[in-house]
Design a protein. Structure first.
Lengths: 349, 340
């Protein structure tokens, strides 16, 4: 039966992909509940319909926790990749709930956190910047002769920025072992792709930079895994920067506050039929790669894990206001406002 | 190392005087020898040695892994420097003329300066390059850029005025775990008057510490960069008139050595701020505010300033000379203030 497994994966690999997909969806669904309960600070971003893109891509890389593995720059719509790279569920909830215990101590949002040992760096909101930053991270791999590759996610919108061009061009010129993951989900906030580019497919941009590129069905986790595996192999072999376009559709608004009224509902229903988890699950059952009850057990396990992690985060404290002055510099103290101190001495700050 | 070190970088070793530019070259070179994680990126810095030749001979000595010629993309390579710094490297980025730093404004202010605060770790990188007018460079080869970045918490800004300080400050900047914007006045690069014999030792000048260039009791001039020298000239003129002027060179603009400013103002009771940068939103405003907050009772006169005029930097000599603050302007303002 093993010869029927796809893409050189074994049964455990397929189950791991399934678990990561389920975990991503369960974590985001848990966030929606938390937001309705008033626990979430700020925006909430879903990757509904895009889970296979981040999961398949991250699974194709070498993930370690000792600072020697491959490297990820995630986005809000690539939480699946973040989890596969070792991002902890509880940290995910702590970040969204701006807890003092979160990796950024409540100073930054959602997936915007880093772990250099596990190999991921969270984005800043101008996402094109991450092309530049990842060019430098992967440049360091090249300069040190390390066999590591980097992967950066970004969407249709970031592809229009100057930072995207400058970062990509730099990486291409330096032959940095970097894989660009284009989340071609057809919208930048409310703007359809046609407002951002004249090309039909983002891979058409690749020849202009002298880099390799592939376009793949982003709802098919196996196809994504295979495409990224090939790209990683090329990058690792010294062929330089690569691009993989994930073709799919953002089935929800930019964030929860966006009702997506600008999208034809029929289109949303159409893409719901291509749900990456439903499709993968059906394929696993059809091919006998797994039994229905074990997939169900995985779903129940990850949903319980999300609930437990969320409850833990809820119970943890928010930061204290005066902590806002910490860590601006490594060695310069930022003063508190004198109007917030017991003394009325204006010379305090 | 001596055999392979380019001759022109051994002047201090030979006890010969160096220009400010040579002092910078020596400083960067010595840091690259001391720490193999230090590397350079910028436009035309390799074979050409940089527009002003600060890195002449570096490529041959360190190779193209550590002296990297980049595309003309200040945002791209400054952002890449940030990524390299995340990985423990210590990039020194050259902006060919600081006027061209604008494309990197996004990554510097949104990414680099916020890194530590966002929990993304320290950001040990230096962004350095030539600034300043007086060379008939026109609007795009003459600007001072400090105030575009002064409003950015997390960033340090350094602006040396002497060869000794330039070498000591660039070394401190490279060793600092915070991002440093390092401005080098091109009019001072090869100014003969600034040539001096530097200590043949591994000295540093700490960031955040001003220097009292000249002591005085009647009024304080706070300044930095090329204006230090014009202010000293003015102080000498006024000395002949019996006015005793203290001149303070900030050396580091951010964080500012408030203690040095306040301490001096409390002694002299009068403050004149002199900067080559344009007037509105210039650093004089911030200094005046701090003195108002902390030394109001000690003031015996208004806080005044001498600055460039609020205009782009003009090209023609007569225009540029009018645009820039001159020694006579400093003399006039200081004399007026001394009259209070």
């Amino acid at each position: 039966m093993s010869e029927s497994f796809p893409a050189g994966l074994d049964r455990n690999g397929l189950l791991a992909l399934y678990r990561a997909l389920r975990l991503t969806r369960a974590a985001e669904e848990r966030l929606e509940i938390l937001q309705k309960q008033g626990h979430v600070t700020g925006g909430l971003y879903r990757s509904l319909g895009q889970e296979a893109g981040s999961v398949g891509a991250a699974y194709a890389l070498s993930r370690r926790d000792d600072g020697t593995g491959d490297f990820l720059a995630q986005t809000v719509r690539a939480a699946g990749a973040l989890f596969l790279f070792g991002g902890e569920l509880v940290d995910f909830f702590r970040q969204y709930m701006a807890r003092a215990t979160s990796p950024t101590k409540g100073r930054e949002a959602n997936v915007h956190w880093v772990d250099y040992a596990k190999g991921f760096v969270g984005p800043v909101s101008p996402l094109g910047t991450m092309l530049e930053v990842m060019a430098g991270i992967t440049l360091s791999f090249k300069l040190r002769g390390e066999q590591r590759v980097g992967m950066v996610f970004y969407g249709d919108g970031a592809s229009s920025t100057g930072a995207w061009h400058e970062g990509l061009n730099f990486a291409a010129v330096q032959r940095c072992p970097l894989i660009l993951m284009v989340e071609a989900n057809q919208f930048a906030f409310s703007s359809p792709t046609s407002t951002n580019t004249r090309v039909e497919s983002f891979v058409e941009k690749a020849p202009g930079y002298g880099i390799g590129a592939e376009s793949v069905d982003g709802t098919d986790v196996i196809a994504v895994y295979e495409a990224v595996s090939r790209s990683a192999e090329r990058a690792r072999a010294g062929e330089g920067t690569q691009m993989v376009e994930l073709r799919y559709f953002r089935r929800l608004g930019h964030a929860q506050h966006d009702g997506q009224e600008y999208v034809d509902p029929a289109l949303i229903s159409e893409w719901a039929k291509k749900d990456p988890i439903d499709c993968f699950q059906a394929r696993m059952l059809e091919n006998g790669w797994a039994a229905a009850d074990e997939l169900d057990a995985i779903r129940i396990e990850v949903e319980a894990a999300c609930q437990a992690a969320a409850e833990q985060a809820i119970g943890e404290p928010l930061p204290e206001g005066p902590d806002a002055v910490d860590d601006v510099y490594t060695d310069v103290v930022t003063p508190h406002p004198w109007t917030r101190s017991a003394s009325s001495d204006s010379r305090l700050a | 190392m001596d055999q392979s070190v380019p001759e022109h970088l051994l002047k201090t070793r030979r006890r010969e005087p160096v220009t400010m530019l040579e002092a910078l070259s020596e400083g960067i070179f010595e840091e690259m020898i001391r720490d193999d994680q230090v590397f350079l990126m910028g436009e035309d810095i390799g074979a050409y040695g940089g527009a002003f030749k600060v890195t002449r001979g570096f490529l041959d000595h360190f190779g193209e892994q550590r002296v990297i010629d980049t595309p003309i993309a200040e945002g791209g390579f400054t952002g890449a420097a940030a990524g390299a710094a995340h990985m423990g490297l210590r990039p020194v980025v050259e902006i060919q003329f600081m006027d061209f730093i604008s494309p990197a404004y996004d990554v510097i202010t949104n990414y680099i300066a916020t890194s530590l605060y966002r929990g993304a770790g320290p950001m040990p990188l230096v962004i350095r390059g030539p600034v300043g007018g007086g060379n008939r460079g026109g609007p795009f080869h003459s600007q001072n850029v400090e105030m575009a970045f002064f409003h950015t918490p997390g960033l340090k800004i350094v602006y040396p005025s002497t060869a000794y300080d330039a070498k000591g400050l660039i070394k401190s900047a490279i060793r600092d775990d915070n991002p440093v914007l390092f401005e080098e006045h091109k009019g001072l690069y090869r100014a003969p008057a600034l040539r001096e014999v530097l200590p043949d030792e591994d000295y540093v000048v700490p960031l955040g510490k001003a220097r009292t260039v000249r002591e005085g009791k009647d009024l304080t001039i706070v300044t930095y960069g090329a204006m230090v020298h014009k202010s000293v000239e003015a102080a000498e003129t006024l000395s002949d008139e019996g006015v005793s002027v203290e001149v303070i060179d900030l050396r580091t603009l951010l964080p500012m050595d408030e203690e040095a400013i306040i301490g001096s103002v409390k002694r002299t009771g009068k403050l004149l701020v002199v900067h080559e940068d344009t007037r509105t939103g210039g650093i004089a405003g911030e200094i005046a505010m701090r003195v108002s907050e902390q030394a109001f009772e000690w003031l015996d006169g208004p806080i005044l300033r001498v600055t460039a005029i609020d205009a782009p930097v003009p090209y023609s000599g007569s225009l540029e000379d009018y645009f820039l603050p001159q020694t006579d302007d400093v003399v006039k303002a200081a004399r007026y203030l001394a009259g209070y």
